[in-house]
Design a protein around this ligand. Sequence first.
Ligand SMILES: Cc1ncc(COP(=O)(O)O)c(C=O)c1O
Length: 395
Amino acid sequence: MKYASVTDRLAGLGGAKWALHARARALKAAGEDIIEFTIGEPDVPTPEVFIEAAQRAMAAGRTGYSNGRGEPGVLAALAARYSARRGRQIGKDQIMCLPGTQTVLYAVLRALVETGDEVLIGDPMYATYEGQIVQTGATAVPVPLRPEKGFRMQVADVEARITPRSRVLFLNTPHNPTGSVLRPEDIRALGELARKHDLWIISDEVYEDMIFPGVTFSSPLDFPELSDRVVVACSISKSHAAPGFRSGWCVGPAEFCARLLPLSETMLFGSQPFIADMTALAVSNPSPVAAGMAERFANRAEMFWRALDGVSGMRVHRPEAGMFLLIDIRATGLSGNAFAETLLDQHKVAVMPGESFGDGLSGWLRLSLTQSDDKVIEACRRIAAHAASILEKAA
Ligand SMILES: Cc1ncc(COP(=O)(O)O)c(C=O)c1O
């Protein structure tokens, strides 16, 4: 049978990048005692207050059809939140609710690019971004994010890759997997470049509320001169420990949202009113769990750094936000894939190979910071033993 070309473009870009995680889960299901640092699930359950809010809304009959843009209550709550946080008026007509950042990015890219267009994207990148871009027919153009620059995107690196086909500069701040946070001066310089070349800026800010102590978050939405070209994507998945609710939104120019609306209506025919009510409550107050997660994750990142940086030539990159930490294992001579596979087999520790996040992380590992401190201590011991035995064998 004949299939549309999108199935070819996406082949290998879905679950294939998570093969090690799937293997670790299978080993766990078979009774093995695996310490798992692969995916980024919040380390606390969804707060009871949000579950009760969704239940109350369901019991009150908020289970009918909605509309393609979002329920008025959640749009108003998001408009108030963004106006307060970004220091300028953001209206309800500049917001659109969709099921999670993942769907937001899918729809936003669909609305902005197509075959023949190019999207400039930092490498390393979150594992699903390449698929998000190529589903549209556009090409992902990787912009190297350099460890020596704190993995923050550099204007010169973007400029060198701009062509007449460039349409979108795709940012992610705070960044997964590197944990870097763009500074206002980074955004200003990247924004000037975007204006010069008439590029849209997409900014995935799903970790906005998980900034480590001493770091400040800035968004391209902070810059009024960029307001006609910025689209921010976000959700309650991480900040409110509620990934299963699939509740996200984008914030962008009113005209952009108006054009996106038929796409959302075609795709979804509206989202769930009881989830909209729960989300309105969630975004109207500071998250009861985000600050605690950020504090715990920052502490665990320090634990990894103290235990492993410099050990057997490994270098630990200290994140500024989010849920992940990177370890450079190139000194062992192994790829991230080979190190992670053998670590799982020999030491029962599951980590993600850097290669799953782009060529820029070949020879690195990504670890989630969501396991208990005790497990972190034990994993550090096993990772150090593994690296030492690899070096010993090579000597
Ligand atoms: C950078 C980034 N964007 C988007 C997502 C997906 O978010 P959501 O659950 O809102 O679809 C993730 C999840 O890990 C992520 O790390």
